[in-house]
Structures are given as C-alpha cells and as structure tokens.
Write a protein that binds this ligand. Structure first.
Ligand code: SF4
Ligand code: SF4
Length: 440
C-alpha cells in the first residue's frame, strides 16, 4: 500500500503491476465465464484500474478525471468473489484493488439522484444503526405475515413494477430478533475449553436468529463459553465493498471498541462475508493510524466458526443423519479466507452422512453481498447454473457457510423447484446433536 488518506491506505504501483497478464484467472471468473469479455475479467479490470489511477500513482493527474461510465459498469459487474485471487500465481490482491477503486468511484462519480440518496442511506446510516434494521424488519414482517405479500404476488403488481425477482430475494423475518441476546453469556455444556466472543452480523440479527441460536448450541455443546458483546456493530463489509470506505472504517472503530480481546480466546462468526472483512480490518487503516495495531490484533483473533470448531475438535456426541448432502463453498470463506477443509471436516464428522462434491463449488452462487439486488439478472444466471449442478448431485440438502449464500440458494430452490434444504454447516451439526432429520 502506497499512501494513506481519509479512506485509509491506497494500493501502490507494485500492487497493480504484480499482474503479469498470464490469464490463469480468467476461467475462475464468473463474469468472464458468462460473457467472454476481457473488460469483465480480472486481468481486464486490473488493467482498467491501473490505467485510471496511473495519475494518482505518479502524482501527476487527478484520477477522477477518467472515471467513465464504462469503467464504473465493468467494476459494478464484478462480484468481488475473489476467485481470481485463488487462481493467481502472482499473488495479486485483487480485493484490495477493487475496494479502493470503488471508494474512488463513490467520491467522484455521479449516480442518479435516487441511487445516490438510497446508497448513502443504506451503506452509511441503515447498516450502522440497529434501530433502523429492527424498524425495517418489523415493517417487512408485517408485509410477510399479514397476507399482503401473498396478495402482491397473486395480483402481479410486483411484476408490473419490475420487482418480482427482487422481492423473491427478501429473507423471511424472524419472530424474535437476535438483538435481544446482545449482552448475554452462554455457559459451556461440558467442561470449559474456550471462551469466545460471538460476532453476529447486522441484518442476520433479524433474519438468521435461528442460525445464531444453533451456533451457540454447537459451541456450548463443545465446551465453549459464548459471550455476545452488547456494543458490536455491522462489520462494514457491505459498505466497504460498495465504496463507502469511510463508513466501513467507522464501523470497524466501533467493533474494535466493543470487543475486549484479552477476555476471549477467539472472536467467532458464522458469516464468511463478515469474517473475511474482520480478518482484514487492518487493511482499512494505515500503519501510522492508531487503530492499525489494534485492528491487526482483532484480525488475528477472528475465526470462522467452522475454522474454530475444526481446530478445537468436536467433543459433543453426534447422532447419525442419513442424508445425501453437498457443500457450496462460500467465496469469502474459500477465496477470502482460504478455508476449504474445515467445513468439510466437520460435515464428515456426522455419522452416516453421504457427502457428495458439488461440481464447480468454487464458483460464486451470485449472492455476493448486495449483487443479487443491484445486478439481479447476472446473479440469477449464476444461480441457475448453480442449481443445475446442485441437482446433478442428487443431494437432499445444500450446505454452505454464509447467510447471504443461504438466502441466494433458498431463492434458487424456490425458483427452480428443486425441493432441497439449504443450511449452514453449524445448523446441520446442531441437528446431529439431537439426531433431528431433514424434511424431504
Ligand atoms: S472478484 Fe470474482 S467476478 Fe470479480 S474479477 Fe475476480 S473472479 Fe471475476
Ligand atoms: S492470474 Fe494473476 S497475474 Fe495472471 S492475469 Fe490474472 S491477476 Fe494477472
């Protein structure tokens, strides 16, 4: 990283020129696989970013002068799945380059008035305040439970406004929000082996309370004391990936203050997307900023729940589950955190489980943060292919490691009527703790 600003450190000349144009990343890139266009490949995007920021790197020109509609479009179409990083022999840190480019775009590029207001509200205000999330969830829950949703779908009004596909992506809102558990401590069932802080995400607290409860049950059953720190906030991933790096830095500061690192053996999360960002908190701050050292220590303590449990070792008894399942790698676990074996190891620990590999599991399902909302058509194209592969396995359930992927795959099950369950790894472990089978 070259120099810092209010947006944190910027990439250096070498960060871009590390790309040797070998093209080994092309076939790993979902958008290149779809369109065969160099401009929508990792190599092409790196070249465009380098070209646009050349002035900034050499200190000779205002970079914003060359942020064109085409440049923004090619970067907007990137899923930030980071599959290109895994494929790259030259260790190009594509994710860092993209986050920087999007931050520059956000400051210099004029979007429509509506897009500007909506994006600012969502990425700055909404995600940082639990009361906004809870209020919106209550409204949505009323829409879903009162019969309005069924009526809106039935009379086709959503189609009329072009919202039918997006509406399908809405998660079911929980009856009870996990925010109510903030500040709680859960004792281990067996003798204590570790004390962990549970990072629970933001929107997941109103849509994935069941997953969070399952995570606590699995951790406590395996000898962990679980603390849910009260003052925690959204991790900042969605904001950083959308270009609101200053908002992401603010959220990171809140979390650095909310978790007292000496109190815990690890900070555990069940969201691969959040974990990937938490483990890179130090990328948000320059080495000369006071938060940098603290962010490094925070990152070093962060563990995905599958990584943590696989490392600790399971001691709780698991009952047999006689199901065929397959596993979809979450991009920000596989490519962002380089974790491949841990979830597979945990799944293989469940007696009688028939685990079949999913073809092209390393390719994104199209969820990618808010990509399924902003680039719905592309997202649904990727999802269609994913569901075809998932069906080819004959699996009764698709297991994954990230709430966003779960939502996307559940949408895929509904759209393509595959009648499969979609669960997180810890939800399947939770079922194995009591021998609860899946519905067919
Ligand atoms: S992050 Fe994903 S979509 Fe973007 S260039 Fe890399 S592989 Fe392609
Ligand atoms: S694999 Fe790496 S070095 Fe090769 S073209 Fe892609 S980003 Fe560049």
């Amino acid at each position: 990283m070259a120099h810092s600003s209010i947006l944190g450190p910027s990439p250096s000349y070498e960060d871009y020129t590390r790309c040797i144009h070998c093209g080994l990343c092309l076939n790993a890139c979902p958008t290149y696989r779809l369109w065969n266009l160099e401009a929508d490949s990792p190599r092409g995007r790196i070249q465009q970013m380098f070209h646009v920021f050349q002035g900034e790197l050499s200190g000779t020109a205002q970079p914003e002068a060359r942020i064109s509609d085409g440049f923004v479009d090619h970067l907007d179409k990137c899923l930030d799945c980071r599959a290109c990083e895994t494929a790259c022999p030259s260790a190009v840190e594509y994710g860092k380059l993209l986050v920087h480019a999007r931050a520059r775009i956000e400051r210099a590029y004029e979007r429509s008035w509506f897009a500007h207001v909506a994006r600012n509200f969502f990425f700055r205000d909404f995600l940082s305040a639990s009361h906004f999330i809870e209020d919106a969830a209550r409204v949505l829950r009323f829409y879903q439970r009162s019969g309005m949703q069924a009526v809106a779908r039935g009379i086709g009004i959503l189609k009329l406004f072009g919202l039918a596909e997006r509406e399908r992506l809405l998660p079911r809102i929980d009856d009870e929000f996990f925010f109510n558990r903030f500040g709680s401590t859960f004792p281990p069932v067996a003798a204590r082996r570790a004390r962990v802080a549970f990072f629970t995400g933001c929107i997941a607290n109103v849509t994935f309370s069941g997953l969070n409860e399952a995570t606590i049950r699995v951790l406590t059953a395996n000898g962990c004391e679980v603390v849910v720190p009260k003052e925690q906030s959204c991790c900042g991933a969605l904001s950083a990936h959308a270009g609101f790096r200053d908002a992401a830095r603010e959220l990171a500061r809140k979390n650095l203050a909310a978790f007292r690192l000496d109190d815990f053996d690890a900070i555990v999360t069940n969201s691969a997307g959040c974990g990937s960002t938490l483990k890179e908190y130090h990328h948000l701050f320059s080495a000369d900023e006071p938060e940098h050292t603290q962010a490094r220590a925070f990152a070093a303590k962060t563990r995905d729940v599958t990584e943590f449990l696989a490392g600790l070792g399971l001691i709780a008894r698991l009952y047999p589950l006689r199901h065929r399942i397959t596993y979809q790698d979450s991009c920000h676990l596989l490519h962002g955190q380089k974790i491949r074996e841990a979830p597979r190891k945990l799944l293989r620990a469940i007696p009688d489980l028939d685990f079949v590999d999913l073809p092209y599991t390393e390719i994104c399902c199209g969820s990618a943060g808010t990509y399924n909302v902003t680039q719905t058509d592309t997202s649904l194209q990727l999802l269609e292919e994913k569901m075809r592969h998932a069906q080819s396995t004959g699996a009764q359930a698709i297991v994954t490691a990230n709430p966003g992927c779960i939502l996307q795959l559940r949408t895929g099950v509904a759209l393509h009527q595959t009648n499969q369950n979609v669960l997180h790894v810890v939800e399947l472990l939770d079922r194995a703790l009591v021998g609860e089978t899946l519905s067919s």
